[in-house]
Ligand binder design. Sequence first.
Ligand code: CA
Length: 507
Amino acid sequence: MPVTTTSRRSFLQVLSAGTALAAGGWVGRAARAARRPNVVVILTDDLGYGDLSCYGATAVQTPHLDRLAAGGLQFTDGHSGAATCTPSRYAMLSGEYAFRKPGTGVLPGDANLILDPQRLSLASLLRGAGYRTGCVGKWHLGLGRGPLDWNAELRPGPLEVGFEECFILPATGDRVPTVYVRDRRVVGLDPADPLTVSYKEPLTGLPTGREHPELLTLGLTHGHDQSIVHGISRIGYQRGGRAAWWRDESIADVFRDEALAFVERHRAEPFFLYLATHDIHVPRVPHPRFVGATALGPRGDAIVQLDATVGALLDALDRHGLTDDTLLIFSSDNGPVLDDGYADQAVARLGQHRPAGPWQGGKYSPYEGGTRVPFLVRWPQRIRPGRSDALVSQIDLLASLAALLEVPLPAAAAPDSFNVLPALLGESPTGRTQLVEQASSLALREGTWKFIPPRGGANGRPAELFDLAADPGEEHNLAPADPARATAMQATLRQLREAGRSRPTTP
Ligand code: CA
């Protein structure tokens, strides 16, 4: 195609501007800095698409997250790797759909590590690229091999999959043990009072919620009726280790302080911080300063607490002059849930609030509300603020960051992670073309089409096909009217499962 006078002039203008900048050395410096930003991933828990004011919530205000959104890209079709905690986290850190690996369902608190230390993880990728890597918050990916002795070193764990330091809550707040782990040791353990955990046989010592509901400060709706710690009964049995027990109402502050300390320690070098908040998972016990912050009860108050945690981190990045050079990704590990076992008024006080926004379903569900979550990406130096409808998943962080850092991915690594960097940077309006959504069953997205295979069981459903462009709420099943598309998508889903990977082995 002949170059027109106008386009040639534009080209020359760009060229001469580039030459002038290069003469001052700015281009080289900017390009180097742009390739190596600090990376912060804030993964929150059970937060729905509609739970933030920047995504339309009015019953709860999240000014700090709104500030983050306004300074970056706000995705409308960003997904977690699965609709529950453990498989979602596995998928994000490994770049592999969790359904490919048996044993990656929601783990008990004494489970062994499910990430393979021999394989590339998001953390080991960044560590290999020269980053200082740290993990703060909820882990829920297992620890150790074989029976765990909580009074000894817990290995392998985060430090064996690429993190140089960690401060974690091993599983969840509703599961024992109710302690923190720093690097490989339980924090604050008194050797005279060893910690024992059991998920099979009851342990003598602590009363249980099942036998002593009169001791509970937070009522139960289902399950969670084993050892009582601080008036809240949990899943699993625990004995001893009393000096090491966390206080539920201070978990958010403890994680905030650990995250800020990590940034402070490593502010002068490229760092990767994975901050996995416990908010807003059950039991929802916000600090007293947030109680009553919303009319939604503890679930809404926990969202405000989460927002404050994010605000503190944003302020710290500002204070250290790191904001421009930090790629910050905020998302949730799965969609929302109201009643998840504790009687915390989440249903009774919901009012007009819609935790999943316009999507159907939530945590556990194969409908969009299961995995379509808040997804914010900010990097002032590279990303122009705005909104994006690109289809992206947390599973893609691994391949996308590898592309950013120009690290070639080994063929066997991250088999389901796609390089969607252009979408994450706002340079392309499209991300993936396909995505498997993992919930109580699998579902397939192809563009704006959604297919859910027939499901058996008590709540069985026939095959479902939705056109999300016309029917975002997944209310009109088109499978009977368009059996050819439904059959084709079912075959594609089966093929994606059986292939063992979805990212091509050649770039
Ligand atoms: Ca979760």
